[in-house]
Write a protein that binds this ligand. Sequence first.
Ligand code: SF4
Length: 954
Amino acid sequence: MFLKEVAEQLYERFGSKLSDMAIVFPNKRPSVFFRRYLGGQISGPMWSPHLFTIHEFIQLSTSKLPADRLMQSFLLFNAYSEVMQASGSGATTDYERLFSLGEILLNDYTELESNVVSIADVYSNMASLAAIDSGFDYLSDEQKEFLQRFWSSFSTERLSRQKEKFLHLWQKLPAIYQRFAELLEQRGLTNTGTIYRDLVAGRNDTPGFADAYDKIIFVGFNAFNRAELQMLTKWKQAGKALFYFDADIHYLEDSRQEAGLFLRNNLQQFGNEMEASNSIRQSTKPINIIAAEGNAAQVRLLPQLLKQFPTLNSQPERIAVFLSDENQLMPVLHAIPDEVSQVNVTMGYSLSHSPLFSLVQAIIRVQESLAQHNGKRVYYQYLLQVLQHPYLHDNKESQALVTEINKRSLISIPAERWMHIADKRLQLILQPVEKSAMLIQLIKSVLEIQAAAPTDNALGILDNQLITSAYFQLNRLEDLLGQFSYALSLPFMGSLVLQVLRSVNVALEGEPLKGLQIMGLLESRGLDFDHIILLNVNEGVLPGKAAAPTFIPDSIRRAFGLSVMEKQDAIFAYVFYRLLQRSKTVHSLYNSTVDDNSTGEPSRFLAQLEYETDIPIRKDTVDIRVNPEARQPIVIPKDDNIMQRLGQYKGNLLSPSAINNYLECRLRFYFQHLMRIREPEGFLDEIDARMLGNILHRAIQYLYERLAESKAMNKSVTVTDIETMAGWTGWAVDRAFSQEIARDPEQPIDYTGSYRVIREVISVYVNEVLVHDKTYAPFTVRQLEKDVYTTVTVNPNGKEWKIRLGGIIDRVDIKNGVYRIIDYKTGKDKKEFKTVEELFGRETKERNKAALQTFIYSYILRQQFSQAVPVVAGLYDVRNMRKEGLAFDWRFKVQQGKGNQVAVDHDRMDEIIGETLPLLQSVIEEIFDENIPFDQTAITDRCQYCPYQTICGR
Ligand code: SF4
């Protein structure tokens, strides 16, 4: 093992003198192992050498404290505001908007400073290409060419607005960075970039820090930044620095091997106290490359692979699972077999992937919703997100409230419904905050309670690490908001909290000497394991294809020798090859399916091994993917229980929309109308669309009811009446909104966010309806939003069923003796159809559901009259009303002859109703036929937007 060999060599060479030396590693983990190996060497008492990470060591050069990331972010915002104000661009007070921008700027700043690049040069305003020739003598010709290429894109063509904006910010960046550095200095603080810059310039305030050690020994490094290279060269020349690089001649000797890109230079410049190994070329240990169909298949194979290692119980710390994709962490932890008693996770993990983050998101939404409703109500979806959150769902009171919301289809939940809940976390979450600043305290209090929950498994321990990190960040945010006195509104505060937490990459670090090791690839630096399993070794993942976000374009990066894609690839290549050097078994798994997130190709590193080395490669394929096609179809036979449930339609109404659903998919009908499973969450758009439709219906109902009241219940409508109603639109929309959201037409609604948009849209739609009613006036309203039904008798299996067929007709009006049935639609419904038969066609892809529904209502209405009256059906599809203007025609259109369509007037309705009735009878008969089960539709396109897709598995 590399670190063991280094420990042996160093002890043999320096013995107890090692106590006076500094040993520097790229990151923390190797020092733990090194200390252990060194301990195994020494026979008598001895002071430990001084072990550092490179960052800890460089930090010794200054007495200033490092500013944490949030403090830097606040200071950068101040610097940005000051510079923009001074330049007359207007200061932004929008800290939240600058936050993510600031993260990129801070990374760029650190990269430039630690690579000793002049910030002024990078961002200088070079109006002419001539400046490049005269001003940058220190750049090579190739670098100048990159620079020219970048600037020519700005100077030779007209600047687009975006480019202009980019340049505007770019030109201000040197001043912003300078002011930022001053603000840091004023507070006696520093950051990594500044430390490197001062160190190289000899401006650090503890110049003799390296003199405290006889030697500085650098162990296990690959790439250095330019500031490090300058310092290391100085220490090397002074005879103070020694280097132990872990290199293999396979990538060292072949200049085409990217894994050796940095080491070839480093070895030339600094030498290597340790001989390069030749293990890759000489290896006879096979590498297992396993193609797995899907990410889940890789994780499922994991227990099987782990169990084959005989040391899984005795020496689990010698086995490592490497994740190239941190999203795999949770599934992997779930997949670890029970016999593994201890697991150690070492990797960076984004808080945004954790359940904790989704809880904070839900808390913020609940608080915003409470604020919208004066603390008295909350929108059901946000409340459900909290009640069903993994941290909170295991609570009887939560479950009862969830059931009530679902059962009663509550949209806006009043405070009385949750007041009795005893769970302290829910009490806190549902208590409206008085000031936005209190939101952070509220979230912290919930996290405190959550952290106190007992936990002993790997997932629980991981959760606690994430909670601690989030808590720390929230504390800092609270503290800094107090120091910088930014007054933020509640939505602003909420989104700032989320921005801050989203940017946190928690360094998960457990006990490295014990347990099965689960690691990120970069965390493997310096370490060796007997058995390694690498997941997601896909092209595009290893090496990654996305560069870190930056405001420094590629050509400028190349011109100034900064990190570019090739260099990042070389870093990953080294990490990958190094892992192979000493391991006894290697399993590389990759996702072989091609989809939006996967190329389906193994990493080119694997292909390189196959073609460039003699390492035996074993290829295998596993397919333990859950294949939706291979799933057993769902078929629900109509047993006694189901038949009993169907009996409800003897009393309850079987609606035309239920018949439509049945024709779309029998199983969907079963879920929705028989089992009454509420459409699961996640169909937010659909729910909003449904709400929009409901409010529109109600608003029109209120308008016509008010008109009738004002005319002593005279329901005739004239052009003048409609003009009067146009003045009541706002009143009607607000009242309808209150009724739908708060179940109380008098309850005022705070129109913010999407509510404001929906209200605007509905007002426009209501006005459109009135405009078209005006062209139809005069007419008389017969009924609005009224229940209608008729009884239909069917005889499936020789048994008679009397079914109540009916529902709510949006509006029936009468003009010149003709009854008109109008349905309002806010979706993309069409009015054209080919034949009535096609309306019932289970296989018809674009079946006109609106037409079928309205024709069934026409039949029901007809049944209400004792004698035949003329009836016509039509659609107020408000989207088309707006589009078609005065040309809008509410009538359905049936195909007649080739390519010919004719409007369906009352004189055609008899024929249409006549054709509808037998087909309708036959569908109803089928619904109640005990021999026809509820099964899935054959047209899978319909599943795409089906709310029961998750349950159904299609
Ligand atoms: S997902 Fe498809 S098959 Fe399943 S219920 Fe919905 S429409 Fe029917």
